[in-house]
Design a protein around this ligand. Structure first.
Ligand code: PGA
Length: 241
């Protein structure tokens, strides 16, 4: 079971330090792969403070290192000992990242041996106009010949940060559809995941983990989701026996 947090640009330095202080006693469950995508500035300090945890970057440049003011290269991310990268988040797509640009970012990430969590998801308009599968097919195209290690996070745009979660039927429908295209790839769900709804979402067989935004900012709520992820991972291990 994967439990990934996404701090976006919403975590202050002080907030990150409080999180680290609160989480310092936690011993990660080997059955749950926990990781936080943090801002590049916060990652080194977090890695130092929480040595048992993994931290990933939230984006990378599509370019090789060079004269690109303001950008962070995949190579540099990896030089800091970071192994994971979030790509294709809908907030980045909304800010203008096209499939073509993401394809180049994927190449850079692969060259730097970064593992990817690649996000896809439809807007409300796309869903209402019956364009869900077209949208997902287009967004997933870049992964078809991708030789980097990756998992996929399905995050319906209308569920991100809105308090609205997709119904279990909808999540299962989309996850099974993605799974048919990428049978061996773990598929996460994201979009207003919180302690109250995480157990039932993880209870879906096709859900390989969660990508948690707002509820990952504070240790108190993330800890609850981690406990539920441990329980679900144990159930799955029992069933597999
Ligand atoms: P949310 O964010 O949990 O706050 O909806 C999820 C995400 O954007 O990854």
């Amino acid at each position: 079971m994967k439990l990934f947090g996404n701090w976006k640009m919403a975590q202050s330095r002080q907030g990150a330090q409080s999180f680290a202080a609160d989480a310092s006693g936690y011993r990660p469950d080997p059955l749950v792969e926990s990781l936080i995508f943090a801002s590049c500035l916060q990652i080194p300090e977090m890695m130092e403070r929480l040595k048992d945890w993994s931290f990933g970057a939230q984006d990378c440049s599509a370019e090789l290192p060079g004269p690109y003011t303001g950008q962070v290269s995949a190579r540099e991310i990896s030089e800091f000992g970071v192994k994971d990268l979030l790509l294709g988040h809908s907030e980045c797509r909304a800010a203008g990242q096209s499939e073509e640009l993401l394809k180049r970012k994927l190449e850079r990430a692969k060259e730097a041996s970064l593992r990817l969590c690649y996000c896809v998801g439809e807007s409300l308009q796309e869903r209402e106009e019956g364009r869900l599968w077209d949208c997902l097919s287009r967004q997933l195209e870049n992964l078809e010949n991708c030789s980097a290690e990756f998992c996929i996070a399905y995050e319906p745009v209308w569920a991100i940060g809105t308090g609205k979660t997709a119904s279990l039927e909808r999540i299962a429908e989309v996850h099974l559809w993605i799974q048919a295209k990428f049978p061996k790839v773990p598929i996460l769900y994201g979009g207003s995941v919180k302690p109250e709804n995480s157990a039932e979402i993880m209870g879906l067989e096709s859900v390989g983990g969660l990508l948690v935004g707002t509820a990952s900012l504070k240790w108190e709520s993330l800890e609850k989701i981690l406990e539920l992820a441990s329980l679900e991972a144990q159930k799955r291990r029992q069933r597999a026996k």
